[in-house]
Design a protein around this ligand. Structure first.
Ligand code: TYD
Length: 389
């Protein structure tokens, strides 16, 4: 890959590794920089963190923690079923806690999940789950057990895979000749448009444009036949790809044309983006320091991987954000990666004493505002611009 760096987000920890007090002094850090590959137009991290450091039996992120995502995967499943025959053979890569799987028949649905805690959970739910990383060898093993598959699905997982050529050739290997490969990941167009630089962290080895995906999928005889623009995770694309291309939906060309208009095929676009990221950091620090000057209580809402990037890039610690609230039991009573801000449950920490809450989970702003109508303070966000809401 011929990649050229455009943004340096400094030293960063494992974004989803929430720490006990005894782990604080011994944290793995790496330099998070992002580059543009001139050949494929892929936006990709300059160095990749070893997957086993991120995805293991201590993995803390639970997809089913928000109603938005539970509803989203039910709706996605219903859409997919309309395109499949009765009782299709399905594989989900990166099944997490089964938030997508549970909408499918366990007799014909298989899963891949390298995080042992979640693989155990979905195995107990009746879905045969291979606790391994996705590659050609695993695709061979599954193929022996299941035969060719009608649907390979992955959500917020393909962008985790450093070696996309290996991932896509393994998909091409296991897919039925008329099968569907459908995957969703955060969209580069959205990231650039709303300045959501916190989509960049260790797990997100890449942030995808349709343009780059088409270039890479084509190397493996896979073609994009449809693109759905989704609201989830701050703007995502659902990519539909097949081996046997007959009909290409207008959404494919429309997406690629739109990406050209906003310059996702040009390095200079990302240099401008990096300038906006720098300005966002300055504004956020200014707001938080002002709150401090006026003795206001500021917390953060949602201990997200995204907020790991923001806090470590901007140097925001417990001096500016007193604590973070999060509904995930695995994150509570721990410390945030890198900046070591304490995490508590919303019951414990989201009360009338809070003046301002930074929206670490800004992608769920609608759900959160609905839920927290009685909140007397104000939320702070940095997306698309730093402001109180
Ligand atoms: P998400 O934005 O998906 O995180 P990431 O950046 O890691 O992909 O995760 C949202 C986090 O916010 C998750 O830990 C659950 C938490 N959360 C709350 O604490 N309260 C809420 O109301 C919602 C919707 C999420």
């Amino acid at each position: 890959m011929d990649k050229v760096k455009f943004l340096d987000l400094g030293m960063q920890p494992i974004a989803n590794r929430f720490l006990t007090s005894s782990q604080i002094d011994n944290e793995f850090l790496y330099n998070l920089s992002v580059g543009f590959d001139q050949e494929s137009c892929l936006v990709t991290n300059m160095d990749y963190v070893k997957p086993a450091l991120m995805f293991n039996r201590d993995y803390a992120y639970r997809g089913s923690m928000s109603k938005t995502m539970r509803d989203h995967f039910l709706a996605t499943s219903n859409i997919l079923k309309k395109h499949l025959q009765y009782n299709p053979k399905v594989l989900e890569i990166g099944s997490n806690d089964g938030v997508f799987l549970k909408n499918w028949n366990p007799f014909h649905t298989f899963a891949v999940e390298p995080c042992g805690n979640f693989a155990n959970e979905t195995n107990s739910m009746g879905y045969k789950t291979y606790c391994k990383f996705w590659d050609k060898e695993l695709s061979e093993e599954i193929l022996q057990d299941t035969g060719p598959l009608d649907l390979v699905f992955a959500a917020n997982c393909i962008c985790h895979m450093p070696d996309l050529d290996s991932a896509f050739s393994a998909v091409a290997n296991i897919l039925n000749k008329d099968g569907l490969f459908v995957f969703e990941d955060p969209s580069l167009a959205s990231m650039v448009n709303i300045n959501s630089y916190d989509q960049i962290y260790d797990e997100h080895a890449h942030v995808f444009s349709v343009t780059a995906l088409q270039n890479i999928l084509n190397r493996h005889n896979l073609s994009i036949v449809k693109v759905d623009n989704l609201d989830v995770h701050g703007g995502s694309n659902r990519i539909w790809a097949t081996l046997n291309t007959t009909n290409i939906d207008n959404s494919v060309n429309d997406s690629i044309e739109f990406e050209k208009i906003i310059g996702l095929h040009r390095y200079s676009t990302f240099v401008e983006f990096a300038n906006r990221v720098h300005n966002s950091k300055e504004s956020l620090l200014r707001i938080l320091r002002n709150c401090k000057t006026y003795n206001k209580k500021v917390i953060s809402y949602g201990a997200t991987s995204k907020s790991t990037t923001v806090f470590n890039y901007c140097g925001i610690g417990p001096d500016l954000i007193e604590y973070i609230t999060d509904t995930t039991p695995e994150k509570q009573n721990k410390y945030s990666p890198g900046m070591h801000i304490p995490i508590v449950s919303p019951e414990e920490g989201f009360d009338e004493s809070v003046d301002f809450a930074f929206l670490g989970a800004w992608n769920f702003a609608k759900e959160i505002k609905n839920k927290e109508q009685n909140f007397g303070g104000k939320f702070i966000t940095h997306v698309p611009t730093v402001r109180f809401i």
